[in-house]
Design a protein around this ligand. Structure first.
Ligand code: FES
Length: 141
């Protein structure tokens, strides 16, 4: 049988095999915002929870959990590292392409998986805005 080439970069493999910032203890995590989204393309789900430094308006911590594939796991793991310390506005503007670039790329047919963490992050920020009476800051896509 002909050997298939591995489609993923070393960075993807590293984050898939050793994902960072997993939401292990959901019940006791002191979140300031939480987003739950599904991917209609494949039926997978993602939860992203954030802690916010209210004075600086920055993301202090970002945890996540998914029923998703290797690409969703690797891209959300990378996302959870990248957003720490960003302002809410900066985090809101992060795109799946930014994360994919940091991973050294994803196979074309797996790009949609990187959207899952990104959407859940924005939903978590929106949730924070709701909880703190700042609904006017929510961007309706
Ligand atoms: Fe569902 Fe990748 S196939 S997130």
């Amino acid at each position: 049988m002909e050997q298939q080439n591995w489609l993923y970069t070393d960075k993807v493999l590293e984050h898939f095999m050793n994902p960072k910032n997993i939401l292990l203890d959901e019940a006791s995590y002191q979140e300031d915002g939480r987003g739950l989204v599904g991917n209609i393309k494949c039926g997978d789900q993602m939860i992203v929870a954030i802690q916010v430094d209210r004075e600086k308006e920055t993301i202090k911590d970002c945890r996540w959990k998914t029923y998703g594939c290797a690409s969703a796991i690797a891209s959300t793991s990378m996302l959870s590292e990248v957003v720490k310390g960003l302002t809410l506005e900066e985090a809101y503007k992060l795109t799946p392409a930014d994360i994919t670039r940091k991973l050294g790329g994803l196979p074309e047919h797996k790009i949609h998986c990187s959207v899952l963490g990104d959407k859940a992050l924005r939903a978590a920020i929106d949730d924070y805005y709701k909880r703190t009476g700042q609904e006017d800051r929510i961007v309706h896509e």
